[in-house]
Design a protein around this ligand. Structure first.
Ligand SMILES: [Zn+2]
Length: 237
């Protein structure tokens, strides 16, 4: 993807509407640009409710994603209005859209091992806030996360990883400073997963564009942990 946001393939319909309107001496009509937005929740609380309800259906094994058909996808070719940004782990057992029973154009998903905030993740968060105006920012970790487990093992001096994996772990370990290393291993990993979510949330809140949207109550920031056994997404208090 180009580094220049103006080259990014979104909202072309809105841009076209704006260009035409400017040429005609008119302001861009929101009715043209926003017809997809009306398909999604209208405020941050409703957005969170929709995610929770989707996960409930997933847990009950009653998936019925609405936004997957050909007609719906055709509406997405020139624009997108995802209602939530989800930063989650690359782990193959946590496919974000499925976990929330969502389809195309619903979620702006950033997946990276350990749901860490690398520089380019910050760029994606800024983009979601500034250009997509998503109403919800979710950091979702998961039980049994291999990246978090490796970070704990690194702190314990139990393992040495190749250079690029060590770089990844260095983004996790500062958030685990309070970890009680005397806990039984399973509890230790579980508490570290939660601490890692909170560490990433801390960075999301400090992303200027996302932070501004959250401060101005245009967006909500929530942390969550996905349970591999039950499929339940638990929101952090
Ligand atoms: Zn993971």
């Amino acid at each position: 993807m180009s580094n220049d946001p103006r080259q990014w393939p979104i909202s072309r319909r809105a841009a076209l509407a704006g260009t035409l309107a400017t040429g005609l001496g008119l302001s861009a009509s929101p009715a043209i640009a926003d017809d997809l937005a009306s398909e999604h929740p209208s405020n941050p609380e409703a957005a969170l409710k929709r995610l929770i309800q989707g996960n409930d259906r997933f847990v009950r094994d009653e998936l019925r994603p609405q936004h997957v058909g050909k007609q719906w996808r055709a509406r997405l070719t020139k624009q997108q209005h995802p209602y939530a940004t989800v930063l989650s782990c690359s782990d193959s057992r946590v496919p974000t859209e499925l976990v929330f029973d969502e389809g195309f154009g619903d979620l702006f998903v950033i997946r990276v091992a350990g749901n860490v905030i690398a520089d380019d993740v910050m760029g994606s968060l800024s983009y979601a806030a500034e250009h997509l105006h998503t109403q919800l920012f979710v950091v979702m970790g998961h039980e049994g996360c291999g990246a978090v487990t490796a970070a704990i093992d690194s702190i314990l001096g139990k393992s040495k990883q190749p250079e690029h994996i060590e770089s990844l772990l260095k983004m996790i370990t500062p958030g685990l400073k309070q970890a009680d290393l005397s806990l039984p291993r399973e509890k230790l990993i579980s508490s570290a997963v939660e601490a890692n979510v909170r560490w990433s949330m801390h960075h999301v809140a400090h992303c200027p564009e996302a932070g501004k949207a959250i401060d101005e109550k245009r967006a909500l920031l929530v942390g969550a942990v996905y349970d591999l056994e039950t499929g339940r997404v638990r929101l952090l208090k």
